[in-house]
Design a protein around this ligand. Structure first.
Ligand code: DX5
Ligand code: ZN
Length: 221
């Protein structure tokens, strides 16, 4: 069954400890840290101090989603508190070099693609990654509508993974909510990232209902 990863972009920043604690008590094993630099995307969010603080306080896997022009900057630090560090194919760096650096520094290297980027662009990188994060919104903000066609990259990646005997995880990020999560889960991702559907309102109830939609689809196939 797909794991839910909680993006704290939509959490209450003045009550972050409470919100993350509640998510973890409700069964969340992954915290998704959306790192934005105001250049690669038109928004500025959280970074290193947040990662250290979460890591110190909670026993949870952190996945850092680097929506930045220069993911090389402070890579050591991100790798020290993250289980997984995901960079964007669209960032202006030589992605293969940075992916190798991430692995050398002890984190799982991930690659993310924007909705308009086809899977074929990253095929040459797929031997070198442990995670592919399919964006189903344009990166930058939480609370946007899911772009349906982008989600269809998941079966394509699944097939590619099987055919080539690879073992990367497949994640999906953006616009997931109760109304679409069972359909999305049926496409076969390993990790489903959600911000607003988890952190708006009652966190425990939201997580339980999102997870039961994932399960339902699994039982009913
Ligand atoms: C968007 C971020 C997503 C975002 C998802 O740039 O990468 O992780 O937080 O937010 P929701 O789940 O609200 O679409
Ligand atoms: Zn993200």
């Amino acid at each position: 069954m797909a794991e839910l990863s909680a993006s704290i972009l939509a959490a209450d920043l003045l009550n972050l400890e409470r919100d993350i604690g509640e998510a973890i008590r409700s069964g969340i094993k992954w915290i998704h840290l959306d790192v934005m630099d105001g250049h690669f995307v038109p928004n500025l969010t959280m970074g290193i101090p947040f990662g250290y603080a979460i890591n110190k306080k909670f026993d949870v896997n952190i996945e850092s989603h680097m929506m930045v022009d220069n993911p090389d900057m402070y890579l050591d630090k991100y790798c020290s508190f993250s289980k997984l560090v995901t960079i964007h194919y669209e960032s202006p760096v030589q992605t293969i070099r940075v992916l190798k650096e991430i692995e050398k520094k002890g984190a799982m290297p991930g690659i993310s693609i924007n909705p308009k980027t086809p899977v074929s662009s990253i095929e040459p990188l797929l031997q070198s990654v442990k995670y592919v994060l399919v964006m189903t919104v344009e990166p930058g903000f939480s609370g946007q509508e899911l772009i349906e066609e982008a989600a269809l990259k998941i079966p394509h990646l699944n097939e590619y993974r099987k055919r080539n005997n690879l073992d990367f995880l497949i994640g999906i990020d953006g616009g997931i909510k109760k109304e679409n999560i069972s359909r999305i889960a049926a496409l076969g991702p390993d990790i489903i990232v959600s911000a607003s559907a988890i952190f708006s309102g009652n966190i425990e109830e939201n997580i339980n209902s999102l997870r039961s939609c994932i399960k339902e689809r699994k039982n009913g196939q």
